[in-house]
Design a protein around this ligand. Structure first.
Ligand code: PEP
Ligand code: MG
Length: 325
């Protein structure tokens, strides 16, 4: 089976009826570039940019960020790399950045909230990103967005950083796609508003499950509540996919949920356009797509969306997975 998965590396993820599915990698450090290629990734759908910050002893300069991001972009060109801006707080801390002690860190000062309040840090990162932008195909996305006001703020800051660089005479790409992560119930409920401001959505199921089910993603005590098959989660994903498609824009999934092959097929059947996975999960997902046709995936999705409990959904998917193998 291992050999079979290796042979899959250079084959496309096409369904039986010829529909090409895009499978990108989630990466964090430069060493992940090799792993992504070894698993046949179509570029990067989630570059967790906080990882290099976490591995350092102080904040990087914009030149350091530029050379890092340039290496990542060049490592995948002409395929695209989706850079996500700093997503710290919650369980991810920087040794050199002290944040206030909080009773509920996951509901607290994290992610885009830190970037929008500490504009000094955010601007350095955005400058690094924009300086690297001519060296590959870049998409830029922002984590933990909860309302349209944050998107306006991000766009203002991004526009100012871009103008400063252009005034300095620096080349900056003008075709960078702008997206947000949909990972809060607030973003799901207002997806029809948020979609107007972005080029794409990327659903972060890790946080979306956590916040929808009010179950800490790292707490084994509430593991049974942290369930991607809860109808609350399934309907959220369906809604986001439908809203994006009605606006003619693509939706990616970059949470761990899609790493399970039958889940990827379900999500594809629900209309998800692109997947971004931990690279070692790509071959098995690709294998599953090559065994299924779109009509079957859509039928699985139609049935799952109509079910009323996580248990019934799990049973249906287990059966569908067994039929695939
Ligand atoms: C997510 O929340 O699903 C996600 C992909 O981002 P992270 O796991 O880095 O929070
Ligand atoms: Mg997240």
């Amino acid at each position: 089976k291992q050999r079979e998965l290796e042979e899959l590396r250079d084959l496309p993820a096409v369904t039986h009826d010829g529909h090409k599915v895009i499978l990108r990698a989630n990466i964090g450090l430069l060493s992940d570039i090799r792993i992504a290629h070894a698993n046949g990734a179509d570029g990067v759908g989630l570059y967790r940019s906080e990882f290099p910050y976490m591995a350092r002893a102080c904040f990087p300069t914009r030149e350091e960020l530029f050379s890092l991001y340039r290496k990542v972009l060049e490592g995948f060109a002409p395929q695209s790399v989706t850079i996500r801006t700093l997503d710290i707080g919650g369980d991810k801390t920087l040794p050199y950045f002290t944040t206030p002690k909080e009773d509920n860190p996951f509901m607290g000062w994290r992610s885009i909230r830190v970037s929008l309040e500490r504009e000094d840090i955010f601007r350095v990162q955005l400058a690094g990103v924009l300086l690297a932008s001519p060296y590959g195909k870049m998409r830029l996305m922002f984590p933990m967005v909860s309302s349209i006001g944050e998107i306006w703020q991000i766009k203002n800051i991004l526009g100012e950083v871009r103008e400063e660089l252009i005034r300095e005479g620096q080349p900056v790409a003008d075709d960078i796609q702008f997206g947000i992560m949909v990972e809060l119930p607030a973003a799901v409920q207002t997806a029809h508003i948020l979609i107007k401001e972005v080029d794409f959505f990327s659903i972060g199921t890790n946080d979306l499950i956590q916040y929808t089910m009010a179950a800490d993603r790292n707490n084994p005590k509430v593991r049974k509540y942290y369930d991607p098959y809860q109808p609350a989660v399934i309907h959220s994903i369906k809604r986001v996919a439908d809203v994006a498609h009605a606006a003619g824009k693509p939706v990616c999934i970059c949470g761990e949920m899609a790493a399970e092959p039958i889940n990827a097929i379900l999500l594809f059947g629900m209309g998800i356009d692109e997947f971004s996975l931990a690279a070692p999960s790509i071959p098995a997902v690709k294998r599953a797509f090559r065994l299924v046709d779109s009509a079957t995936a859509q039928e699985i999705a139609r049935q799952v969306v109509a079910l009323e409990s996580a248990g019934a959904i799990r049973a249906l998917l287990e059966e569908a997975a067994a039929r695939l193998n």
